[in-house]
Write a protein of this length. Structure first.
Length: 764
């Protein structure tokens, strides 16, 4: 059949496709344009940031020059410290200080001028002049700076006018400058003031050298909004501004952008044209699509009307045709697929349910098999009759750990599925069959039917290979209980019970192995009562702290191990032994019984969850030994209080000994170091290390406050051979270094001493 309608539909949408491509091209060009603009803006921002960094670094360099001059001292120091009692020639001092000023001007041509103000005689030394501050031309700025204390982090002044002549009576040639002042001398200051004026025009020349006015523009505004610098001399056009950045040190705002050249304007014009063309294209494409869709819809409309006419009203109403014409067929198909999926799910669920029902009826029930049993076997792909068969019970060892390791149900189910399928793979090599169900969360019950009894591999070798494969590849171990041979289906019930009996000897026989019923000990009636008396005697011996009590417990566990008890009997014996120990603990002091209930008893309960008798016995024996040790320690505790007091007194007296440690004290007082640490914590509430550190730091603080000894000497006096270790420990406890602590205490004590002297003078 020719696809005429298909071809017509494709051809009818080609114009719309081309229009769409045109729109995509338009969008691509528009995006490229926007990206270019953003890139230009980013580049302009980087350029402006570079200018700001250059200016700020220049100003910081000037600040460093001033600070270095003040820090070095020399001639400037002599100028500020000169007074009437000095024997030096004041003119020579002024000359040498003026020479230092000229060198500062020579070092950086951006420095317009520098002058020095000395407080005690109210005199100013500037370039070529030494005069009183009252006749100084820049006295207004100077007096303003004197009203506040300058610090290293202070901002530069606003842009201001500064004249070349220092005498306000002479006509001045003014320059735009920004100024910074520093108190002399370092570090505290108080003798005078150094004022440095930096030429704004020199800084702006530096900016001009870093930008290309043909490509970009830059305006610099002070904090009042006045223009400090303009690269093109034009007013700021907010529409063309790309970046506004702030220079913190001078409180200036840098406004920058790109020059609106022909190429840039042309690009913006092209972008606007493409926007218009794109909108027109979208509208035309939309109109054409509506027209073509309406024309192509007519055959579909006829088909829908035909289906609607032949459908039942109920089905048509459910199809939702009034809302969506195309959903009629889709909903009909969806409904059919849903019904089919539901049917398949019901079939699978029913089959799984019938499998579990048949499995339970076969193994768990004592009723004879019903007449429909054979029909159930046909549906389960199992033979009608069997000559040989075995019931197997596979138990996952350490299931609690398995659940912790594989926390999600999906992971657990995946491994369980793998175990069942791997067993089937091992059996299928000899054409045997298995029927398995997880009737408990940690147990897989399996019916194994060999194909040919003569040629099938030995069951023990088969199961042992399977067990080894699971341990090597799945990261877990399994224990397998094997029942007796059955020659018909109902006989498998007895085989299943025998497999469970074999598995009941897992604790005594061990896990990760194959347990056959024929190798299990024969039931010999109740035998656990013979151990009750011995357990009671052992509990009484514990209460009186018999020396060889732990060895007696070991002999008890050895006797139980040789008794071939079942899991239930072993757990019962451990439970009875626990009740005997509980009763013995109740008769001991409260601290021991509380330790038993709070710490040891939970460990006992956790031990009885192990998978083998040896694991349980080892863990329970350890609990018993801890209980025995707690009794012995209680006896020792009564004499330990005096020992702890002796240790505390010794530490407080000999804190200066750098060898002082728990090992040192244990040798001196003849006690175990771990025991000494435990006693120290119990009786003092401190760890030994914290106690010793606190004492040493208290003595160190007193030495730092009351003596002038060096930090190294103080460290040695409080028991530290390495001063760095002392500094770290001191900062950890006090919160500051020893040097900072001494300075802090000096700054606190000095004003207090001055205040006390003033009070004494007033009283006198």
């Amino acid at each position: 059949m020719k696809k005429t309608w298909y071809k017509k539909t494709v051809l009818s949408y080609l114009p719309s496709l081309y229009l769409t491509i045109a729109v995509i091209v338009f969008l691509a060009i528009f995006v490229i344009n926007e990206v270019s603009l953003r890139e230009a803006e980013r580049t302009n921002r980087y350029s402006t940031e570079h200018v700001i960094r250059s200016i700020e670094q220049h100003l910081k360099a000037i600040e460093r020059i001033v600070i270095d001059e003040l820090r070095i001292g020399g001639h400037l120091d002599e100028f500020f410290t000169y007074d009437e009692t000095a024997t030096s020639d004041m003119r020579m001092i002024n000359y040498e200080a003026l020479d230092r000023i000229r060198r500062m001007l020579f070092d950086d041509n951006a420095i317009q001028s520098t002058y020095l103000y000395r407080i005690w005689d109210d005199m100013i030394l500037a370039e070529g002049n030494f005069q009183s501050a009252n006749s100084f031309g820049d006295r207004e700025f100077l007096f303003h700076e004197l009203t506040k204390r300058a610090t290293i982090g202070r901002q530069w002044s606003d842009v201001r006018m500064y004249g070349d002549s220092l005498n306000d009576t002479v006509t001045q040639v003014s320059h735009r400058v920004i100024s910074i002042s520093r108190w002399a001398q370092l570090p505290m200051g108080g003798e005078g003031l150094v004022v440095v004026n930096v030429s704004v025009d020199a800084l702006m020349t530096q900016i001009t050298d870093m930008i290309d006015p043909n490509v970009s523009y830059l305006h610099v505004l002070d904090r009042t909004g006045q223009v400090v610098y303009s690269s093109d001399g034009k007013e700021i056009d907010e529409d063309l501004v790309m970046n506004r950045l702030h220079a913190t040190s001078v409180d200036w705002e840098f406004v920058s952008g790109l020059q609106t050249g022909v190429a840039f304007s042309w690009m913006q014009l092209i972008s606007r044209i493409w926007i218009v063309l794109g909108v027109v294209t979208v509208l035309l494409s939309l109109a054409y699509t509506v027209f073509i869709t309406k024309r192509n819809y007519r055959p579909i409309e006829q088909i829908v009307q035909l289906i609607q006419a032949r459908s039942e009203p109920r089905a048509a109403g459910k199809s939702g045709l009034a809302n969506d014409e195309f959903s009629f067929i889709q909903k009909a198909i969806d409904r059919l697929m849903d019904e089919n999926a539901l049917y398949e799910a019901q079939v699978q669920e029913s089959q799984h349910h019938r499998r579990k029902q048949a499995f339970a009826a076969l193994l768990d029930s004592d009723e004879p098999l019903q007449e429909d049993w054979n029909r159930s076997l046909l549906g389960l792909d199992m033979p009608q009759t069997i000559e040989e068969g075995f019931a197997l019970v596979i138990e996952i060892d350490h299931y609690a750990e398995f659940e912790r390791k594989y926390a999600t149900r999906s992971d657990q189910n995946l491994l369980k599925f793998a175990i069942a399928n791997v067993l089937q793979e091992f059996v299928s090599t000899s054409e045997g069959k298995t029927w398995s169900e997880w009737n408990r969360k940690n147990r897989l019950t399996v019916i194994y039917i060999p194909a040919f009894a003569e040629t099938s591999p030995p069951l023990a070798a088969l199961l042992d290979s399977f067990r080894a494969w699971v341990g090597s590849n799945l990261g877990l171990t399994v224990t397998i209980g094997v029942g007796t041979l059955a020659n018909h289906w109902e006989a498998l019930r007895l085989s299943y019970r025998h497999a469970m009996v074999a598995l009941q000897h897992k604790l005594s026989s061990g896990y990760d192995r194959v347990l056959f019923y024929r190798a299990a000990p024969l039931p010999r009636g109740p035998r656990t009562h013979g151990y009750y008396g011995e357990m009671n005697r052992i509990a009484q011996d514990f209460r009186i702290a018999k020396p060889d009590w732990s060895a007696t417990v070991e002999r008890l566990f050895d006797d139980v191990r040789e008794g071939d008890f079942s899991n239930e009997e072993i757990l019962h014996l451990f439970e009875y032994f626990k009740s005997c120990m509980n009763q013995a603990m109740k008769e001991l002091p409260h601290e021991l019984s509380s330790f038993w209930v709070g710490s040891l008893l939970p460990e006992w309960l956790h031990a009885t969850e192990r998978e083998s008798f040896d694991e349980i016995a080892t863990a329970v024996l350890e609990v018993c030994q801890q209980a025995q040790q707690s009794v012995a320690e209680l006896v020792k505790t009564k004499s330990s209080v005096q020992t702890i007091h002796q240790i505390r007194d010794y530490v407080q007296t000999n804190y200066w000994n750098s060898d002082l440690s728990l090992t040192y004290l244990s040798e001196k007082f003849n006690i175990n170091s771990k025991y000494a640490s435990q006693l120290f914590k119990e009786h003092t509430g401190f760890n030994f290390a914290d106690f010793l550190l606190t004492i040493r730091m208290d003595h160190a603080k007193r030495l730092l406050e009351s003596t002038d000894q060096s930090i190294n000497d103080v460290a040695s006096l409080v028991g530290y051979d390495i001063p760095i270790s002392f500094g770290r420990s001191f900062k950890k406890i006090v919160g500051m270094t020893p040097t900072d602590y001494r300075k802090h205490m000096y700054s606190v004590e000095k004003p207090r001493a001055i205040h006390d002297n003033e009070e004494k003078e007033v009283d006198s």
